[in-house]
Design a protein around this ligand. Structure first.
Ligand code: MG
Length: 203
């Protein structure tokens, strides 16, 4: 399976990191070892002093496809959850300054936390999913997929021009404003449509 991530998909977040609002989706990937399964802790990596959370809606692919038309993209997934795109912000800033790839800052072991998935059924409007992140019981991110620059279906169409999508692949769809640092002993809880789906402790 692949973990495909979209960057700068909410204009308020692009602004908070002083990035331009993109004209096309910004894509990067994480390897399979980046996956942090539900209820597993994340051990604070020794190579960073500025580990950040980024709470994002995660889509799980249920069908293989390439060159997927946006109109049919909804047929390629049937589950969504909330995840955390953990980022070593200090390393990322350093890489960005040098124009180098982000992997060491974003694709390390455990950097892709994912919650339990909930089914997408006919009544689910994936373009109006509310999601929140609580850090030690305080809401720090409060997003809705209606504020995405590129919708889930647009992302699938775009990504599948370059990469074949396979059953089980995960797409992290970008984070809204409010990202910030974590420290050891922090408790992170992710909510999707009011349901708690994610729980990560930093150790
Ligand atoms: Mg992100």
């Amino acid at each position: 399976m692949k973990i495909i991530c979209i960057g700068r998909n909410y204009s308020e977040h692009a602004k908070e990191l002083n990035n331009e609002v993109p004209k096309e989706p910004v894509i990067f990937m994480k390897p399979k070892n980046a996956l942090l399964l539900p209820d597993k802790p994340l051990y604070y990596p020794e190579f960073t002093d500025d580990l950040h959370y980024e709470c994002e809606v995660v889509v799980k692919l249920s069908k293989n496809g390439k060159y997927i038309n946006e109109r049919f993209a909804h047929k390629y997934y049937n589950e969504v959850s909330v995840g955390l795109d953990f980022t070593a912000r200090d390393l990322q800033e350093q890489q960005k300054k040098k124009g180098l790839p982000w992997e060491i800052a974003k694709a390390f072991d455990g950097s892709a936390a994912v919650g339990s998935f909930i089914p997408v059924n006919e009544g689910t409007n994936v373009n109006d999913l509310s999601f929140q992140l609580k850090l030690n019981d305080t809401i720090v991110q409060d997003g809705n997929t209606k504020n995405m620059l590129f919708s889930i279906d647009k992302i699938i169409a775009y990504v599948s021009r370059f990469f074949t999508l396979n059953i089980g692949d995960l797409i992290y769809t970008g984070t809204p404003a409010g990202v910030g640092p974590v420290t050891v002993h922090d408790q992170l809880e992710g909510y999707l449509q009011g349901n708690k789906v994610l729980n990560v402790e930093i150790r």
